[in-house]
Ligand binder design. Structure first.
Ligand code: ATP
Length: 244
């Protein structure tokens, strides 16, 4: 068990203000399975104070060293959640999928505690629907989202794909030949293709630049485009005909 005493920490740790522990305060991750565990570790590696809770001792032990506080507890128990100070944490992630009952019960307890930002993992459409209806604003379906993303990557042309909403995505690709070598302003990308070229990275450069209208893109640049998924996909495939 982690020796660090979570409750002995200053109030700033819970409330997220002021610093120094982490700029926006601690994050509680309930369920340290593959998803919750990697999320907790990633947050911790970026300097965020993570309170990890899992019902399985072995799982807790596995994460104890990396997290600010890791604890074995049944998170369906409201008293336990209060004892752990979860009501004082502004951001909570419920990372339990396969145990639907536990997921819903914990979501209801957390909503009752009044935490400001709650994310919950769902493993099916009905699961996501229940969580939404309960009032959880951020419901994530990692397998689903990753599947969609991978489908775009596997089909080629797009090297990274970030769904922002059902009707809006960001994608990383290369400029189609027909928009290269002339200033962006002379092409009318937005009007013609209904996407926006947000940024570009010149071959060999380590950083990204904003794609101002006067910028000229070259075929070996990388670009970041935003828009409706179908439009983004169509734009990224403009060279396809020429390749055939
Ligand atoms: P993953 O794919 O991320 O491993 P999963 O949805 O298959 O997720 P689950 O079995 O639902 O995983 O649980 C994730 C973690 O949540 C497990 O480590 C499990 O021990 C923990 N867990 C389950 N119920 C509770 C509970 N009531 N309180 C705290 N932790 C719990």
């Amino acid at each position: 068990m982690n020796e660090k005493s979570w409750l002995a920490r200053p109030a700033a740790f819970f409330a997220g203000d002021p610093k120094p522990l982490s700029r926006e305060g601690a994050v509680a991750v309930i369920g340290l399975g593959r998803f919750g565990g990697s999320l907790a570790s990633e947050l911790a590696s970026h300097g965020v104070d993570v309170i990890g809770i899992d019902i399985a001792e072995a799982v807790v032990e596995e994460h104890a060293e990396r997290l600010a506080y890791a604890c074995r507890a049944d998170a369906t128990d409201e008293v336990v959640l209060r004892q752990l100070g979860i009501d004082e944490v502004s951001r909570v992630v419920i990372a339990i999928g396969s145990d639907l009952q536990a997921s819903i019960l914990i979501a209801s307890r957390i909503l009752k505690l009044g935490n400001r930002h709650i994310w919950a993992k769902a493993i099916s459409e009905p699961h996501a629907e229940i969580l939404h209806q309960m009032g959880i604003s951020h419901v994530v379906r990692p397998e689903n989202d990753m599947g969609k993303r991978l489908a775009h990557l596997i089909r080629g042309h797009i090297s990274d794909f970030l769904p922002i909403d059902e009707d809006f995505v960001l994608a990383r690709t290369t400029p189609p030949v027909r928009i290269a070598d002339v200033p962006l302003a002379s092409i009318g990308v937005r009007t013609k293709y209904a996407v926006t070229i947000v940024a570009f990275k010149r071959n060999g450069n380590a950083h990204w630049d904003i794609a101002d209208p006067e910028v000229t893109l070259y075929a070996d640049d990388e670009i970041l485009i935003a828009g409706h998924p179908r439009k983004v996909e169509a734009f990224s495939e403009l060279d396809k005909d020429a390749e055939r």
